[in-house]
Design a protein. Structure first.
Length: 302
């Protein structure tokens, strides 16, 4: 199949490479000419403007968008809409908010252009292992794109599927990321407790390796944690500052909107925010309050 990859960051470029390896003919487009040239050297057809990209695709045209969520995605879809026509397909494989997907699908439908949203998981390992793809869009269009999804997924019949209409793919990916937040927080807390038990002299890398085989808590996240601990259990070069992509926040907001209690996911998000404080005013105020009502000692700065 002929397909354009729009947005050649690390993940977009790796997805393009997997598609080419699977026999698809790829047109590469990015605002960074060097990114386009890199894929041209690997066999892609480069494009350096929106009209050029459109003319290098046979009709009906297919473009996979891999740019940051929000305004960048909206701007890209608007640019594609100007050079695409009825029957063409735009796929958003980034981390867009599902509400944006619904608006994009409605806007594109006015020109007869089809929209598909794909929640994509797999990170830097996707090139080698394949990507988990959660797909939203019209059944007929998703069916037409099966060769693309089968190539990107871990296997033709595993790791991908249509989960609903436009917006559903990114909705499922949003909840996926919320669950991921909770799992990561649980591993982090558990290993910190183990590390704090000084009298046992526990080897965290060894424990992680034990848990990787036969344990009910084994997972790919644990495998990655084991790799980290094997390199340096003290994490001397790592700063305890944890960003979030936004999907955890969206998951918590969705839980509130639906009156669904989600304390683990919510608290894991709060812990990421707490990690960004060099000094917590709230913690200082708590210490002062304890001193006032109970006479508890306050630790003063040296």
């Amino acid at each position: 199949m002929n397909i354009a990859m729009v947005g050649l960051g690390k993940m977009g470029a790796n997805m393009a490479r997997r598609l080419m390896k699977g026999g698809h003919r790829l047109v590469a487009f990015d605002v960074n000419p060097a990114a386009v040239q890199a894929l041209e050297a690997e066999g892609a057809t480069g494009a350096h403007s929106w009209p050029e990209m459109a003319t290098k695709l046979p009709m009906p045209r297919v473009a996979w968008v891999m740019v940051p969520a929000g305004q960048a995605t909206t701007d890209t879809i608007n640019a594609l809409m100007e050079v695409f026509s009825a029957g063409d397909i735009i796929i958003d494989g980034g981390n867009s908010n599902y509400k944006d997907d619904v608006q994009h699908a409605e806007l594109l439908s006015q020109k007869g252009i089809h929209f598909v949203d794909v929640g994509t998981s797999g990170g830097v390992w996707g090139l080698e292992n394949g990507y988990s793809l959660m797909i939203g869009g019209e059944e007929e269009i998703v069916e037409r794109l099966c060769p693309v999804f089968e190539t990107l997924a871990p296997a033709k019949d595993k790791g991908w599927g249509r989960v609903g209409p436009a917006g559903a793919g990114h909705y499922v990916k949003m909840i996926h990321n919320g669950i991921e937040y909770g799992m990561m927080q649980a591993y982090a807390e558990g290993f910190e407790i183990l590390k704090s038990k000084k009298e046992f002299g526990l080897d965290l890398a060894q424990i992680a390796h034990i848990w990787q085989h036969g344990s009910v808590v084994r997972s790919w996240l644990l495998d990655l944690t084991a790799d980290v601990l094997a390199e340096d259990q003290e994490l001397k070069e790592v700063e305890g500052w944890v960003p979030d992509s936004g999907e955890g926040r969206w998951t918590v907001a969705e839980a509130i909107d639906l009156d669904v209690p989600a304390p683990v996911i919510t608290l894991s998000l709060m812990m990421r925010l707490a990690s960004r404080q060099d000094e917590s005013y709230a913690a200082k105020l708590l210490a002062a309050m304890r001193n006032k009502f109970g006479g508890h000692e306050i630790k003063h700065k040296e």
